[in-house]
Write a protein of this length. Sequence first.
Length: 188
Amino acid sequence: MYSEYKKILKERLDEKRYFHSLCVADEAKRLAEKIGVNTEKAYLAGLLHDITKNAPKEEHLQIFARFGIILDDVEKNALKLWHAISGSLYVEHILGINDNEIVDAIRYHTTAKENMSPLCLVLYLADFTSSDRDYPDVDVMRSLVDISFNKALVYALQYTIKDLVDQTRAIHFDTLKAFNEAVYLEDK
């Protein structure tokens, strides 16, 4: 099963993004084991999460039009978010993966959201902590994810929000809602 998806990924992604997808799949499986999430689903979501990352702008727009997606103002101006939306549609409608948990995890792996499923949380954190990541504070994130998923989530969202503010870029409402929820849970 995975070999066919890997073949598709090799055709669609550059070498760096393909390697990243393999690393995220491995990390998603590792994190899923920690909290009792289905490891097969986690691996598959990790493998496919960036399937449209290297797609040209026109392909994203075609996928949005084909499946009736209307981007909000933040999404229109944040091309970095497009691959999560188009990727979830690609996985569901083109690859035929009819698993709402996997599709949802791929859809929100960049913004996060309120009330994330355990699989969605696993993929979001795996994308931050995969072995190929080398951003400042990645070691902090890797330590936190092994202590508490919620602490890691708060830190990851805080990191993202601060980075967007520093770049004077809009913050998606889903990210803000996820942050508020995670902080609230941390305060309990």
